[in-house]
Design a protein around this ligand. Sequence first.
Ligand SMILES: [Zn+2]
Length: 278
Amino acid sequence: MEELKTILNEIIKDKTGYITFLTGAGISAESGLPTYRSIDGIWIKGTKYHRPEEFGTFKYFSQEPEEVWQYNLFWKKMIAEAQPNAGHLALTEIESLLADRFRLITQNVDGLHQRAGTRKLYEIHGSKQKVRCSNECSEPIDFPENVKFKEYTEDLTPEDIDYLKCTKCGNWLRPNTLWFDESYNEKNYHFDTANHIADHTDILFVIGTSGSTTLPVNIVETVKIRAKWIVIINLENDTYFHSILKGSKKLNSFQESSTVALPQLKIIMEEIINSSIF
Ligand SMILES: [Zn+2]
C-alpha cells in the first residue's frame, strides 16, 4: 500500500475532487449475506427454481406479488440478523476524516452502510429498508413495521398482505429496489447524482463488485476516461472491472477482503491528514 499512500497524499493535499467509494455484494458477503448472483441467490418455490434475472423483475412481481414478497421477507430476515462489518465501519470513519470530499455509491440494497452510520451514501439499486406503491402513486416510505420477516418456507399471512398494500390507492407496495427489467432514474436510484460524482472524482475505490450492471460500469469508465486514479479491492483478481482497466497506468489493485483492506486504508488516510498543516 506504499504507492497508494503516495498517491493519496497528493490527492488529499493538492486536489479538491471527490474521493469516491463504489461497493458491491462482496462487502456484505463478509457480514454473512449471500451474493445475489451466486448459487445462494437462487430462489426455490415449491418445485420451481428461479434465477434472480427471472423473478427479480416487475413483470414477475405483477404476476406473483405474494411470492416475490415472500422472497423479500426472507431476505429481510437475513439482513436484520446481519451486522455491519469492519469494512462498513471503516468507511464511516473514512467519511469523518474526509468530510465533504467523501462519497459512497453502493449497489447493495441491504442498508448495512446506513446502519454503519455512513451519510453521503447513494444506494443506486435502492434499498430493502424502504417500500413504495407499485402504482407509483406516492413517495417511498419506511418498511411497514407490522410485517413480520419470514423463514424460507413461510407464507404471507392475511395481515402481512394488508400491511403490504398502499394505504392511498390499495395497490401492492413493492420493495424500493431496482428490478432487472427496469431502468435507472434519479428519483429512486440517484442516477444523475452518481454520474455527477463520477465526473468530479479524483480517486475511485471499487470494492467487492465485479461489474455486472450498467451504472457501476459507467462510473468506472468515466473515472478512467478522465485519467483519474482507480483502486480495486476484491478477493478476485479477474473481474470485468479488472479487464476494462487492464494496462491502465492509474490502477492499483489489491486482492484482499474489504474487512482487512478498508481499516488499513483508514489508518493511511488518518496519517496523511494528521501530517498536514492546515
Ligand atoms: Zn398507491
